[in-house]
Structures are given as C-alpha cells and as structure tokens.
Design a binder for this molecule. Structure first.
Ligand code: G6P
Ligand code: MG
Length: 213
C-alpha cells in the first residue's frame, strides 16, 4: 500500500541536470579531458567526488588528493555561479503540481538528493515547505546507488520502504531505490533508465491517481 513518495531533486524537480553537466564539461575542457554525453549521463545522481573520479578515468595522469579537492571545488564554483540566479522559474514544468497532487492524495512527500547544494536550491525554488522530510548529501555516508538515502527518507517519513515510491532521473538513483526495496519511477530516456518499474518522459506526466489505484 503506497503511503509516501520520495523525489530526487536534480533533473526531476529542478532544471539543474544541464547545469551540473555544463559545469563538469567546462572543468573537463580546462584540464584537457574528453567529455561526451555518455560520460555526462554516468555523472547523473552521483555525488561530487565520485563524479570527479569518473571524469578522471580519462585523464592522462594521476591527480593528488589536494588537486582533486581543488578540482571538485572549482566545479562547484561554476555550478553555484549559475544557481545564484535561480528562482521558481527553474522548476521543471509540472514539478510543483506533481508534488502537490501527492500531498492532496493524502500521501507523504520526501526529498532524497545527492547534492550538498539541495538546501540552497529548495530555498531558491520556493518549494521547501512541500516536503515532509528532506535528506541531502550532508546527512548520509553512502551515496547513490547505495540505498542509504532512500531508506533514511522513508524512516524520516515514519514509513516502511515497501510503502514508498522513489522518483529518479538517474541510473544510480533507480538502483538506490530498488536496493532500498521500493518501486522506482524513472523520469527520462529508456536507454538510461531501463530498470525503472514505470518510465515517464518528464515529471509533468507524473500522475499520482494512476499509481494509487
Ligand atoms: C545530484 C546530481 C549530480 C551531482 C550531485 C552532487 O545527484 O544529479 O550530478 O553531482 O547531485 O551535487 P553537489 O551539488 O553536491 O555537487
Ligand atoms: Mg537527479
């Protein structure tokens, strides 16, 4: 019996997947590392440091810990420069309606984001009050695809994992939801999200009334 929906943030609710992508691409260009869309797809849902490690798989030399920290924080600076100017217009179309309809249906809502910038983004988008519980990368030890973040969200809602549904745009996120013992709704392209239990082209197509009956 479905009692709660746990949403990912970047690429599901917020139009930020493109911003993360652009920031990594800029960094990759500066240090002479090839960056194509397949690398970009692998970075979705993956936390900052793990994303850098994926990027550096293509590097011609090894980087020290200090260098890696500097690179990760440079990427974050590029990302933050864009996010500073964000407002409610950067919600993906239909996102607010989708979350509100879940609440109106009497279900609980949570956010499970791998981003340390999630609190800032929620504030900029004006949607912090739509969630009964928020878990972001600052609260967990094991990043997606580990189930920790979705399990923590279910616990925060006071629900069993089997009573929750996860909504994700990234392969790492779908894997995290499934390891947590929940059904997964994938938002995006079938080639990237083959494992999802239900695949939707975008969050505007999310219809809670079709999931509860
Ligand atoms: C989300 C995005 C990833 C990003 C990660 C960490 O999961 O999909 O692309 O790398 O958050 O974000 P952060 O803002 O902490 O660097
Ligand atoms: Mg995402």
């Amino acid at each position: 019996n479905l009692r709660g929906v746990i949403f990912d943030l970047d690429g599901v609710i917020a139009d930020t997947a493109v911003v993360h992508h652009a920031a990594w691409k800029k960094l990759a260009g500066e240090i002479g590392i090839p960056f194509d869309d397949s690398v970009g797809e692998r970075l979705k849902g993956v936390d900052r440091r793990a994303s850098l490690d994926i990027l550096l798989e293509q590097a011609a030399r090894t980087y020290s810990e200090t260098e890696k920290e500097a690179l990760a924080s440079r990427k974050n600076d590029y990302y933050r420069q864009q996010i500073e100017g964000f407002g409610p217009q950067h919600l993906l179309p239909g996102a607010r309606t989708a979350i509100e309809s879940v609440r109106r249906a009497g279900l609980k809502t949570a956010l499970a984001s791998a981003s340390r910038n999630a609190p800032l983004l929620l504030e900029k988008l004006g949607i912090a009050d739509l969630f009964d519980y928020v878990v972001d990368a600052n609260h967990i030890r094991h990043a997606k695809p580990d189930p920790e973040i979705f399990l923590a969200a279910a616990r925060g809602l006071g629900l069993a994992p089997s009573e929750c549904l996860g909504v994700e745009d990234a392969a790492a996120g779908i894997a995290s939801i499934h390891s947590a013992g929940m059904k997964a709704v994938g938002i995006g392209q079938p080639q990237a999200l083959a494992g999802a239990d239900l695949l939707l082209p975008d969050v505007a197509a999310f219809d809670i009334s079709r999931l509860t009956t």
